[in-house]
Design a protein around this ligand. Structure first.
Ligand code: FES
Length: 487
């Protein structure tokens, strides 16, 4: 039969194949051709990042729930020993810190690999795919610095799961969260053993999670009830100047619709159960592709790329909605300022995708919110800066500050404000030696979903739910703060 080169495969099929690959193989494929390099930088391929494991040839890249149980003790022990060896070597290495100097020591090499990997991700990968990243684990990393974390958090505004267990980070790592609503998708935050963290981080976190009390019903209802506006594709198309950095993303209900005159290059299959497909499609539009595919019983979505200016700039009151069977997407030009297009390069723009209304979250309810992105400045560096006050969920369900011994009642009070933490189920304050029963009572009073089995604090504090709450977890730990260590 006729032999066909793999390079004639449509990018969509290449992407489907790439979904079966791990990070190492993806990086190799990215070096094969410029086309593959582009496909490799598709956001949905980089949803879950575990650079510490990857640097040690463990290429797991699934969701973090599989890692929530017991961490691999041997792995943790090994990483910690490597960290100690690296620190000693780093302190001794006055001038010659070259890789050759550490060649004989696998422990040091592992940490160096981790450092190189982190720097590579920050410089080459996250600027492109950061908004698609949902979970990041840097647990036990001895290579990561506060500056690195700060950069990563700027690139990854839609994180739902962040694990910084036993790292050396300080408050400055979270500076980018000081913006109102900067981390409002966050559901799981593990800062166990980060003993440099102070109340400042909790204040920043509380700000970043948004404010449930600041919403005005009128602005929310205006956002949610804005009627769909039909889009005149021909008119949009005629306004597309080529070669500009701002791309166009158009979703339109038009049964049987297809691409525009420039002709479809590839077909993108939009999976109704996978909102990130929309983002992938947006990625592709930047590369000149046209997307058109049935996505639900009554919806056809078209995505027109080619490097044009954004529709929202031309229509000041464009707001439309697309319906999935299981999810609800909404794009709105709130206040004539935001279009929501994740590939636009204009200021004050934001995209919301809502599964449910999030302004009145039920404790423990399945409220879910993705805030895709918004933009600051004119350079579109994927630095998402949310300044809008809509859509706050304060959906944090897991918070561990175990061993963060500088935390005080003031930090807990910061978390209590702005609507509290209505969905918090797991709270670990073991080893927080400076907090008191009063501070705990205040916080717990605004955490109605708290599960007492997952509520840990010092045994010496006369705190809330003393009979049912779990005690301190750090009694036998040995390397995290505990007022009874050594007893
Ligand atoms: Fe008091 Fe552990 S911090 S018992």
């Amino acid at each position: 039969g006729e032999r066909v080169s793999i390079f004639v495969l449509p990018q969509e099929l290449v992407l489907r194949v790439f979904r079966y690959l791990g990070p190492e193989d993806l990086c190799r494929c990215g070096q094969v051709s410029s086309t593959w390099a582009q496909v490799v930088k598709t956001g949905s391929l980089w949803r879950h990042l575990y650079p510490v494991r990857w640097a040690r040839s463990d290429y797991y890249c699934g969701p973090p729930k599989d890692l929530d149980q017991e961490p691999d003790e041997d792995l943790v022990k090994g990483i910690q020993e490597e960290g100690r060896a690296y620190q000693e070597w780093d302190e001794d290495a006055d001038v010659d810190e070259s890789e050759e100097a550490s060649e004989g020591c696998p422990a040091i090499s592992a940490v160096q690999r981790e450092k190189t990997l982190l720097n590579g991700m920050i410089q080459n990968l996250l600027p492109t795919v950061g908004s698609s990243v949902r979970s990041l684990s840097l647990a036990y990393s001895s290579a990561v610095s506060s500056k690195m974390v700060r950069q990563i958090l700027i690139f990854c505004p839609n994180l739902t799961h962040l694990d910084l267990t036993q790292t050396d980070v300080s408050d400055s790592a979270f500076d980018s969260w000081a913006e109102f609503g900067a981390c409002r998708s966050l559901k799981h935050l593990d800062l166990s053993g980060c003993d440099k963290i102070t109340d400042r981080t909790l204040k920043i976190l509380s700000l970043g999670l948004g404010d449930l009390t600041a919403h005005t019903n009128s602005s929310r209802s205006k956002l949610l009830k804005a009627p769909p506006s039909p889009i005149k594709l021909q008119e949009e198309h005629s306004l597309l100047p080529m070669g500009r950095s701002c791309q166009e993303l158009i979703f339109k209900r038009r049964p049987g619709g297809r691409g525009l005159g420039c002709g479809p290059v590839h077909v993108w299959v939009l999976d109704p159960a996978e909102p990130a497909d929309i983002e992938d499609a947006a990625d592709w539009s930047r590369r000149g592709g046209v997307v058109s595919q049935e996505s639900g019983p009554a919806s056809v979505f078209e995505l027109q790329g080619g490097g044009g200016s954004c529709c929202c700039r031309r229509s000041q009151r464009r707001s439309f909605r697309t319906g999935f069977s299981s999810s609800h997407w909404q794009y709105s030009s709130v206040g004539d300022a935001r279009c929501g297009h994740s590939t636009c390069c204009t200021s004050e723009m934001a995209l919301w995708t809502l599964r449910e209304q999030c302004d009145t979250p039920a404790p423990g309810g399945a409220v879910d919110l993705w805030t895709k992105c918004s933009f600051e400045g004119n350079s579109c560096p994927e630095r998402h800066n949310r300044t809008d006050k809509s859509g706050a969920c304060r959906a944090l369900g897991f918070l561990s500050l175990s061993g963060c011994c500088q935390i005080t009642d003031l930090g807990l009070r910061c978390l209590s404000q702005r609507g509290g933490l209505p969905q918090l189920e797991h709270l670990n304050l073991s080893g927080c030696l400076l907090i008191t029963g009063a501070g705990l009572h205040e916080l717990v009073s605004v955490c109605p979903a708290l599960n007492m089995e997952h509520f840990y604090y010092c045994d010496n504090i006369n705190g809330p739910h003393a009979d049912t709450a779990s005690g301190c977890q750090n009694l036998q730990c040995g390397f995290r703060a505990c007022c009874r260590s050594g007893e």
